[in-house]
Design a protein around this ligand. Structure first.
Ligand code: S3P
Length: 430
């Protein structure tokens, strides 16, 4: 299914789906779970290629795993970690690369990290620089992959990150777990805090807060307690269905088990701003992460919205699908302060602008975002390119649901890196 021909004349989405597990939390469950050096059960792990690549890397270090059902596994790191015999492949996953750099920086062996074409173009200076300040020995290809990391003794530092990035923050927390003394990371806005929540759950000595320098997370090297972990559903996957139900006439769906950690719910704030019909049902907590079922109903009169500043890290992955929502709003929507979108699986500002223009949608590109004029009727046979970017592929699929003509999404199978069940779930609702 490399080239997907989309369907036409969808008559509303209806029914219930359970959204697959959160990818950010899944990576962290494997990494922190392995660091407990115990035997634990992880329930509801993401089966996207990105998280499986993290799992395979630990397998090459001697950490055993056994699936006991489709998404539940036993992870056994009681024998510790061994030097891998070959280079380690991170595929398309920035999270695998950046988080594991902090872990490998203080192991007793040397490794090499590699990735696919898209990952090999992405910037790694954001982790190489602070890790080097801690004493890490890293060689790179001009601050890009491949990375050669020689395990070394690290010292704790205080680092003021210029960007709000959970990958940078988590990389340094992982480095801090093996460093001498305390490691404190400041960020200008609060990025997702799944690492902090899981580390606290596993009884690490970690604290968080805010002072005149910004938001901070601080860690002291600690032993993690082996405990079973369960992963909530991924709001960034739910986002495609939330927007689809909001824009496709006659839709009403319930998306079950969606993680609603406040550092991830920028899309819910946008839904409020856009006056979309939705409800959060059955709110509860799993392994200290908040979760709810989300009901979304077709919304005829979508208000235009503006997003900038501190909300950006809370919805950074949802911007392509929120751009789709903006195409159906009643006026101009503006997205600003999102320049890091240019460093994702593709340059999402450029690629979204190009594709929307192909479809005849009114969009103006800025250095740090775009402006989209809404109420577009889409009637196009275009072929859109995904550039190996899973979130573009799924966002274009949602747009196709309101396209009067058949279009083609080129390179659609890149969705396997994050959400292999996407089409199956869409079909369930049609
Ligand atoms: C992630 C953090 C975000 C996000 C990515 C996953 C994580 O990246 O875009 O999909 O799991 O830490 P940045 O931290 O670079 O913003």
């Amino acid at each position: 299914m490399d080239n997907l021909k989309t369907k036409q004349n969808i008559n509303g989405l209806s029914g219930e789906i359970t959204i697959p597990p959160d990818k950010s939390i899944s990576h962290r469950a494997i990494i922190f779970g392995a660091l407990t050096k115990g035997k634990i059960e992880i329930k509801n792990l993401s089966l996207g290629e990105d998280c499986l690549n993290t799992l395979k890397i630990f397998e090459k270090l001697g950490v055993k795993h056994q699936f006991i059902s489709k998404r539940d596994l036993i992870l056994d790191s009681t024998n510790g970690f061994f030097s891998p015999k070959e280079s380690l492949y991170c595929g398309n996953s920035g999270t695998t690369t950046r988080l594991l750099s902090g872990f490998f920086a203080w192991q007793d062996f040397n490794i090499e990290l590699k990735g696919d074409e898209s990952l090999s173009k992405r910037p790694m200076k954001r982790v190489i620089e602070p890790l080097s300040q801690m004493g890490a020995k890293i060689e790179s290809n001009n601050n890009k992959l491949p990375l050669k990391i020689e395990g070394n003794k690290l010292k704790g530092i205080t680092y003021y990150s210029q960007i709000a990035s959970a990958q940078v923050k988590s990389c340094l927390l992982l480095a801090g777990l093996g460093a001498n003394g305390k490691t404190k990371i400041y960020e200008p806005n609060l990025s997702r805090n799944h690492s902090e929540i899981m580390l606290e759950y596993l009884e690490a000595q970690i604290s968080t807060g805010k002072d005149e320098n910004g938001f901070y997370s601080e860690i002291i090297p600690s032993k993690l307690t082996p405990k079973n972990l369960e992963i909530v559903g991924d709001i960034s996957s739910a986002a495609f269905f939330m927007v689809a139900a909001a824009i496709v006439p006659n839709s009403s769906i319930v998306i079950k088990n969606v993680g609603i950690n406040p550092t991830r719910t920028g899309i819910i704030d946008v839904f409020e701003q856009a006056q979309i019909n939705f409800e959060l049902l059955n709110q509860r907590t799993i392994c200290n992460e908040k979760v709810a079922d989300i009901k979304v109903t077709y919304s005829e009169n979508i208000k235009p919205f503006e997003i900038s500043g501190d909300i950006i890290p809370r919805l950074i992955d949802e911007i392509p699908i929120l751009a789709v929502l903006a195409t159906q709003a009643n006026g101009k929507s503006i997205i600003k302060d999102a320049q890091d979108l240019r460093n994702k699986e593709s340059d999402r500002i450029k690629t979204v602008t190009e594709s929307f223009k192909e479809l005849g949608i009114k969009i103006e590109e800025f250095e740090d975002g775009f402006e989209i004029t809404g109420k577009n009727k889409i009637n196009s046979n275009a072929t859109l390119k995904t550039h190996l970017d899973h979130r573009l592929a799924m966002s274009y699929y949602v747009l196709s649901l309101i396209n009067k003509k058949e279009m083609t999404i080129d390179g659609f199978n890149c969705i396997n890196s994050s959400f292999p069940e996407f089409i199956e779930m869409m079909n369930l609702l049609q």
